[in-house]
Design a protein around this ligand. Structure first.
Ligand SMILES: [Fe+2]
Ligand SMILES: [Fe+2]
Length: 263
């Protein structure tokens, strides 16, 4: 293999749902990273704390356990003790297209073994709360960091598949890897777009498999039958992590392969 063929493995994992799933992820990650020769790991942690947000302790534990960048979404601030960590921890990011008054940064350039990696978090606007336009916000960040960093990764936290796919096409040729999060259901459309980035509409989740997007089945069914507003309960049972591994060239920033993983 010559130097132009060299790639690095990037692991991206979908939303952690619940405290047990967070513990599970921390316990299985090191061995999985070793087995798959993972260079860099990104996980979306927005539902780690009982399904709502992420606690300070969980964020610190994830970042101590081999997670390089922690991303979020609409549940980012549900557990309020996380807010001060945004002042001291660059490796935890929140959607970049939130207004400036909201705590935290929307992107980070994380340097690993001398290789800079740009990770951006953005949030969608279809069936979600109104925010700044994610297409424009991410485009501006990419333009700003263009010369500094070749490996550019985006977690687009969004509900609508069409919005996520249009977003990926809009950024074709300007990013290395674009993945969706938020629906907690993994899509089977991973591919490499014509001008270089790996893409999947949604990574899936880290949570209980026999559930309704990580939540208790009985509770969820009851909610749909009665429409009575009820705070959902985390499901119990076998947990798995879902995501992708993308092989990215550090020389060009292009994605050479992308495959789904379940562990
Ligand atoms: Fe989520
Ligand atoms: Fe979400």
């Amino acid at each position: 293999m010559n130097s132009t063929d060299e790639t690095l493995n990037f692991l991206a994992v979908g939303d952690i749902v619940g405290n047990e799933a967070c513990r599970y992820f921390i316990s299985v990650l090191p061995e999985f990273q070793k087995k798959e020769k993972i260079f860099f790991t990104i996980v979306n942690g927005e539902n780690s704390f009982k399904g709502y947000g992420i606690s300070l302790k969980q964020a610190e534990q994830l970042l101590d356990s081999g997670v390089d960048v922690l991303t979020g979404g609409n549940h980012m601030y549900d557990s309020r003790d996380i807010i001060p960590l945004f002042n001291s921890e660059q490796r935890m990011i929140r959607p970049a297209n939130y207004v400036d008054e909201i705590p935290g940064q929307g992107y980070v350039i994380a340097e690993k073994r001398g290789i800079p990696v740009l990770v951006i978090n953005a949030i969608g606007r279809i069936f979600m709360e109104p925010t700044n336009n994610p297409f424009n916000t991410v485009s501006d960040i990419l333009q700003k960091c263009r010369k500094e960093v070749l490996i550019r990764i985006i977690d687009f936290h969004a509900e609508a598949t069409a919005e996520k796919q249009a977003f990926a096409w809009y950024l074709d040729g300007r990013a290395s890897l674009i993945f969706g999060t938020h629906t907690h259901v993994q899509t089977a459309d991973e591919r490499i777009l014509p001008a270089g980035p790996g893409f999947i509409t949604d990574l899936g989740m880290t949570g209980v498999i026999n559930s309704v997007i990580g939540m208790d089945v009985h509770n969820a069914v009851k909610k749909f039958l009665t429409t009575f507003p009820k705070r959902v309960k985390i499901a119990e049972g076998e947990i798995r992590a879902q995501g992708i591994i993308a092989a990215i060239s550090p020389q060009t920033g292009a994605c050479r392969s992308i495959r789904r993983v379940f562990f």
